[in-house]
Write a protein that binds this ligand. Structure first.
Ligand code: C2O
Ligand code: CU
Length: 460
């Protein structure tokens, strides 16, 4: 049988071709199509059944999209799900209308419809993509993938590993637990899972010689779990966080990586031939290997310490004297919301909010309404001290621009787009409002996001 392009696409997306209308693929050049649709993948170990997931391109995580800095990025999202979706390009400094937030930057893409994303890749680095509609369910079911933007001259390494960490709540027959956003998850630490994966597998096995230098790109695609990774039999240095290079690489023994964060490492294998080198995830009941490297093959000479990556073109940030807009985070189990909280334009009693499935507030407001949390003039620098009065950690993410943490003695931290704030911490960030538009500012623990910790800023 001779399939037309349209039918091939519909089949690839697992769609019943007939009802689904797909437009032409890129007028002119054959384009990149990202189909969000149900699929089955072997997630749990081989003796378990396959897991029914929602995926991009039939795989979990989705395909690695890769281009060079300065190029135009183009992708058509085709929605083969039973519900509306969008794609958000997490961490990419792009024009507002490409940010993928339904009802804010674009209309939601309905079943069978498509949306064309197109933007210039200003920054090199490790990014990721995920839906911004019904995020808890859509991300938890597997919709996530990595976008790598290569530097003009990438550092010299022997190999690269892109490692997507995820956390699944599976039933005994390896299916996704069908409840998304129950009251317990929303009001506690989010939808923590019972099965951790790296690139969709329980453990990755690799083989490299002693002395091999790897570039490792870590991405946390989980909606709740904060990973703590330890390194054995290797020297690891952080070279970038949330896509942005550090001024100087930093040797580490362990690293925390919260939901949506990325950590780029240069790793030198130091274990002896015949031994194992391990990237382990520290969990409550022990440390689990996520990647095990059997050290094998012709030993390589020890390299010099890694160099900094070429910097991206970021604004000059002068935190001193900048306007401060404090953000107070309240709610959740143990501590609760204040007596009265704004929600959808009216003051409500905390109890009524819990009934409505709202458990968290920023500055006394649950969720978002017509007024932004922060209004900033284009080019203005804004400081936001974020005070976590809750009993849980939050992975706070700002769309459209990166920020730096304001540290004691006039110092500033590395550029990031997501910061984990633990209970009772206050962490202050500063950003230059360099990208006009309405941008989300929310907790990336998706169960918190849907139950109050979602707001926005306006830059004009
Ligand atoms: Cu990773 Cu609002 O996004
Ligand atoms: Cu949170």
């Amino acid at each position: 049988m001779d399939l037309t392009r349209r039918e091939v696409l519909a089949l690839a997306g697992g769609l019943a071709g007939a009802q689904v209308v797909l437009g032409p693929v890129w007028a002119g050049e054959p384009g990149r199509v990202l189909t969000a649709a149900p699929a089955e993948v072997q997630l749990a170990p081989g003796d378990f059944p396959k897991t029914r997931v929602w995926s991009y391109g039939g795989q979990v995580p989705g395909p690695v999209l890769r281009q060079r800095q300065g190029e135009m990025f183009e992708a058509r999202l085709v929605n083969g799900l039973e519900q509306e979706t969008t794609v958000h390009w997490h961490g990419v400094r792009l024009p507002n209308e490409m940010d993928g937030v339904p009802g804010m930057t674009q209309a939601a893409v309905r079943r069978g419809e498509s949306f064309d994303y197109r933007f210039a890749l200003r920054d090199a680095g490790t990014f990721w993509y995920h839906p911004h509609a019904n995020s808890l369910e859509q991300i938890s079911r597997g919709l996530a993938g990595v976008l790598v933007v290569d530097e003009a001259e990438p550092p010299e390494v022997d190999a690269e590993e892109i490692l997507v960490l995820d956390d699944w709540r599976l039933t005994e027959d390896a299916q996704l637990h069908p409840e998304f956003g129950n009251r317990h998850d929303m009001s506690h630490a989010g939808r923590l899972g019972n099965y951790i994966t790296v690139n969709g597998a329980g453990e990755l096995r690799r083989s490299y010689p002693k002395g091999a230098r790897l570039r490792v790109r870590l991405v946390n695609a989980a909606t709740a779990r904060v990973f703590r990774l330890v390194f054995q039999g290797m020297n690891a240095s952080v070279v970038a966080l949330d896509a942005m290079p550090l001024e100087a690489p930093e040797r580490i023994e362990q690293v925390e990586i919260g939901p949506a964060q990325r950590v780029d490492l240069i790793v030198d294998i130091t274990a002896e031939t015949g031994e194992e080198a391990i990237i382990g995830s520290v969990e409550r009941d022990g440390t689990y290997a996520t990647v095990s490297v059997s050290v094998d093959g012709a030993e390589q000479a020890v390299r010099e310490a890694p160099q900094a990556l070429p910097p991206n073109d970021l604004p000059v940030l002068e935190a001193e004297g900048a306007r401060q807009v404090p953000l107070v985070m309240e709610g959740g189990a143990m501590r609760g919301l204040p007596e009265r909280v704004m929600w959808q334009g009216s003051k409500m009693e905390a109890r009524a909010l819990y009934e409505a499935g709202q458990f968290w507030a920023f500055n006394g407001q649950a969720g978002m309404d017509g007024e932004p949390l922060i209004q900033a003039a284009l080019g203005e620098t804004v400081r936001v001290p974020m005070e976590n009065r809750t009993a849980f950690s939050h992975s706070m993410h700002l769309h459209g621009q990166h920020f730096r943490e304001v540290l004691p003695e006039g110092r500033v931290g590395p550029w990031r787009d997501t910061l984990v704030i633990h209970p009772d911490e206050t962490r202050e960030i500063a950003f230059v409002a360099e990208n006009p538009g309405d941008w989300m500012f929310h907790c990336h623990m998706a169960a918190h996001q849907m139950s109050g910790m979602m707001n926005w800023i306006r830059i004009t």
